[in-house]
Design a protein around this ligand. Sequence first.
Ligand SMILES: NC(=O)c1ccc[n+]([C@@H]2O[C@H](COP(=O)([O-])OP(=O)(O)OC[C@H]3O[C@@H](n4cnc5c(N)ncnc54)[C@H](OP(=O)(O)O)[C@@H]3O)[C@@H](O)[C@H]2O)c1
Length: 321
Amino acid sequence: MGSTPSERLLRGTIAILGFGNQGEAHALNLRDAGLEVIAGARPGRAAEARARALGFAAFEPAEAARRATVAAILLPDEVVPEVWPELSSALSRASALVFAHGFSLLYSDLEFQGGADVVLVSPTGPGRVLRARRERQDPLPGYLAVHRDASGKAWALAEAYAEALGLGPLWRTTVREETEVDLFGEQVVLCGGMNALVTAAFETLVERGYAPEIAYLECVHQLTYLAELLHREGVAGLRRAISGTALFGDLTRGPRVIGAESRAALRKILDEIRSGDFAREWKAEVARGRGGLNAALEGASKHPIEAARRLALGEGGPERA
Ligand SMILES: NC(=O)c1ccc[n+]([C@@H]2O[C@H](COP(=O)([O-])OP(=O)(O)OC[C@H]3O[C@@H](n4cnc5c(N)ncnc54)[C@H](OP(=O)(O)O)[C@@H]3O)[C@@H](O)[C@H]2O)c1
């Protein structure tokens, strides 16, 4: 096969096990890098159809694992322990296993048969961003870690996979650091914190009689412009771009929103991640069939913020004069 370091280290067949959010982007980016890629997806389901429509040979996951010299484990984290016994024995030919997040490596006792390297190559964004950035030749930062270095070349392998994926710059870390920081970020800022903050701000305005659609536009819809600025220019850059009034409100009111009580909650949430309590709680919920999670999601979907969104964006209801 070819002569680039990626092609030499990733020689053979790369099986993408789990053709979803990350899996599709990995498959497309690796194929664009000249590598041989197959998909592992459950027969008759959406991922299999999507893989085939994009021109990949698709096999049921254990069969794809049997054909793999390198396997990317891109199944939902909570599914990995359940399917691992079957996959693990099918992966006997694979010389390397790549994970995109350390959750299963840190919190499940996955057994690895044979002499495969086990590495973490984690893009700092969802699959569609990973794909779009690759298409514009604009690398997305990534984390690398080595869980098991059987060949003595596991770091080089992780780097080769990450480069073929279009990641850069690459930051070396550990499975523990990547997992704990990733969970913390999504729980307190990117998902949990952001959703709770915009919902609480919306509720506060509506309780005081402000129109829900106006509250929605202010507290939710405009977030994207500021988040984009924060992403591009950082905190100081965002502050340079806002009005003097907004800046005064930011510096005097922001620290009151995230005061001592919120900071104590941040520390407690981090402690729960570090002790493994969060992972145990999530695994117990999965074992119970996710009834609690589904009920909470169903309840949240009926929150007035959803109707306000439809109204604010003109997707139903009368227009405000
Ligand atoms: N999502 C992100 O933004 C992101 C970012 C960085 C890292 N990661 C990591 O990337 C990995 C994959 O996450 P993801 O979000 O890409 O996963 P996902 O899209 O939720 O799921 C991947 C695929 O797995 C299949 N699947 C679900 N249950 C299965 C089962 N029991 N057996 C076999 N296949 C099953 C589904 O396809 P079918 O139902 O059609 O079979 C699905 O398309 C995780 O380790 C995650 O932490 C994700």
